[in-house]
Design a protein around this ligand. Structure first.
Ligand code: HMG
Ligand code: MG
Length: 298
């Protein structure tokens, strides 16, 4: 049997990736209750929200209220695409920042209105300053496998973008299958290369579950030595600028698989399902992940 970690870190992205693409407006107090329940379930790292243009992503327009009102527990991250986002986030008291760039130019243009190179040129001094000030910086790498506009992405382009971020000293790379098209072989190969190339950087895998290969991709990444996964409670999520993509792989299904395999997460599955129950009445999508269906049928 291949070697497996004893413990895996789950980075919950439900309040951000999970809700950014939601049709219904989820009230701020519901988001705060959802976040609190997730924290109570044992989530120690979480993407809370994003400081992006409310015209582009109206669902994240309460970012300031979320960051100021949430209980400060563990590593709480906020997404920031540019200088303005970082400045407003700092005023809210944010300490841990996630910048995001697509390997594919077409996706980056649709998502951030800049080419990949323009984004990197803008972010370099911003990230340098954040690190100098002692903030934690995570770099989210979108379209690491496939792009909704350009198709298959060359893994050497993904590695090159990661290398640039690592040369700036970022603390973490979160490498994403944005539209949920990667298969387990591709996941193993890319994450194996990333682990070998960047042994001193935290490397996290972020899978969307469009073709229901998210769990299989997680197993393949575990085999490649990855022990950090972005997941979304209830399997909610999707990027408004990545047509056809569905939610992230569901936290409850990943936690269940890991626990069944004897791998610890520090997360209480029953409490996690109660967190999903808080948000379920407010989202337009039916939540039908495996563990949640079992929980509701009891
Ligand atoms: P733009 O229109 O090119 O920006 O948008 P601009 O600089 O010309 O400014 C336009 C307006 O936006 C101005 O306001 C700015 O002040 C304002 P106005 O004068 O019109 O009133 N503005 C901002 N407001 C709040 N926060 C800011 C900000 N910046 C400018 N940070 C921009 C450029 C980046 C703002 C826009 O494209 C945007 O907001 N994009 C966000 C896209 C997004 O949130 N995507 C989803 C997250 S990424 C993701 O989901 C992928 C991930 O999960 C991994 C994966 O699965 O791949 C992480
Ligand atoms: Mg995503």
């Amino acid at each position: 049997m291949f070697s497996l970690p004893n413990k895996v870190t789950i980075i919950e992205v439900g309040p951000r990736d999970g809700l950014q693409n939601e049709k219904n407006e989820v009230p701020t107090e519901v988001k705060l209750a959802f976040i609190e329940k997730l924290q109570l379930a044992g989530i120690e790292e979480m993407e809370l929200t994003s400081f992006v243009s409310p015209k582009w992503v109206p669902q994240m327009k309460d970012a300031n209220e979320i960051v100021t009102q949430v209980k400060k527990l563990g590593r709480q991250l906020v997404l920031t695409p540019n200088h303005k986002g970082v400045e407003i986030a700092k005023q809210s008291g944010a300490q841990n920042f996630a910048v995001f760039v697509g390997v594919s130019n077409s996706f980056n243009k649709k998502n951030i209105n800049k080419t990949t190179t323009e984004s990197m040129d803008e972010l370099k001094p911003i990230v340098g300053k954040l690190l100098q000030e002692g903030h934690f910086v995570r770099a989210c790498i979108s379209t690491a496998f496939y792009c909704p506009y350009e198709g298959k992405v060359d893994s050497s382009d993904t590695l090159a973008l990661c290398k640039e971020f690592v040369s700036w000293g970022v603390n973490e790379l979160s490498v994403a299958d944005t539209i949920g098209m990667a298969n387990p072989r591709e996941s193993y190969e890319l994450f194996d290369s990333l682990k070998k190339e960047f042994p001193a950087t935290l490397i996290t895998a972020h899978f969307h579950d469009t073709r229901k290969m998210g769990i299989a991709n997680i197993l393949a990444s575990l085999q490649a030595g990855i022990d950090r996964f972005d997941t979304s409670a209830g399997g909610l999520g999707g990027c408004p600028f990545a047509p056809g993509a569905t939610g992230n792989v569901a936290t409850e299904d990943v936690v269940n698989m890991l626990h069944q395999m004897g791998i610890g997460t520090n997360i209480n599955l029953d409490s996690l399902l109660k967190a999903v129950e808080v948000v379920e009445p407010y989202v337009s999508r039916q939540i039908d992940t495996g563990m949640y269906k079992l929980f509701k049928s009891k």
